[in-house]
Design a protein around this ligand. Structure first.
Ligand code: MG
Length: 254
């Protein structure tokens, strides 16, 4: 009897360990390759949640009047994100007919869902602007009680340092930079690297290095099955993709 119990414990532990080791899916700019959706739209966030993505990524700018809005490029319909007001930008429509969302609208929607909110702060025009944006993001998140649902990413090393400094201790913060080694990331206080697939294929050893240092590895943007398989085989923790449904199906077969 005791022997059976030990065997069962070993089996359960193995299953749990394997499950936790499986890569998690992050929808890049939400799940937008579907009818009625668009990149960085509120629908894209809802769709990512509806297929049970671990997380949904989106991009944040700060407008000329200090508001936070969700969009990828530095200009949209000819309007500069940093030089236009929130009113000007949020009157513009996305490909699915939605107005460009504010961060508040995005997070309020996220509050009703389960998926992690992977917030990318774009590189802003000055360090002062980045500090102001990070302060406002952290305060807004706290006011909505979403601290445990957030992950922060940025190409800006300064913005990353500010997230590490200002977000509650333990909040996942990842750098998107290709120039930072796992040792650099650890020194900054990052939770890990969010590397491009190209960088990771050039430095596959960084995956194990991050793991050895107690950090995680995210990779972007992985859209082909071949590359998804490479990332899974190399034990990447999070895979950011424009094809979240396809990646989930692939992982479910394993
Ligand atoms: Mg992004």
């Amino acid at each position: 009897m005791k022997k059976h119990l030990i065997l069962l414990t070993i089996m359960i532990t193995t299953v749990v360990t394997n499950l936790s080791a499986q890569a998690q899916v992050i929808a890049h700019r939400g799940y937008w390759k579907i009818d009625g959706s668009a990149q960085n739209s509120i629908v894209a966030l809802q769709k990512a949640d509806s297929i049970a993505c671990y997380g949904s990524e989106f991009d944040v700018w700060m407008t000329a009047d200090g508001e936070l809005v969700v969009n990828h490029d530095g200009t949209f319909h000819g309007k500069s994100m940093e030089d236009s007001t929130a009113e000007e930008l949020t009157s513009l429509t996305l490909k699915n007919g939605e107005n460009m969302p504010t961060l508040l609208q995005y997070l309020e929607t996220g509050a009703k869902l389960k998926t992690k909110l992977v917030l990318e702060l774009k590189k802003l025009s000055s360090p002062e602007a980045e500090t102001e944006a990070v302060e406002k993001i952290v305060a807004l998140v706290a006011s909505l009680g979403l601290q445990d649902r957030m992950e922060y990413i940025s190409f800006s090393r300064f913005a990353i340092e500010e997230f590490v400094r200002l977000a509650p201790k333990g909040t996942p913060v990842y750098s998107l930079s290709s120039n930072l080694t796992p040792a650099n990331l650890k020194a900054i206080g990052c939770s890990g690297g969010d590397y491009s697939l190209k960088v990771l294929k050039n430095h596959p050893e960084w995956i194990e290095e991050c793991h050895r240092m107690g950090m995680k590895v995210n990779v972007w943007t992985v859209n082909s099955v071949e590359n998804m398989e490479w990332c899974i085989a190399h034990k990447v923790d999070y895979i950011t993709t424009d094809e979240p449904a396809e990646l989930l199906e692939l992982l479910n077969k394993k």
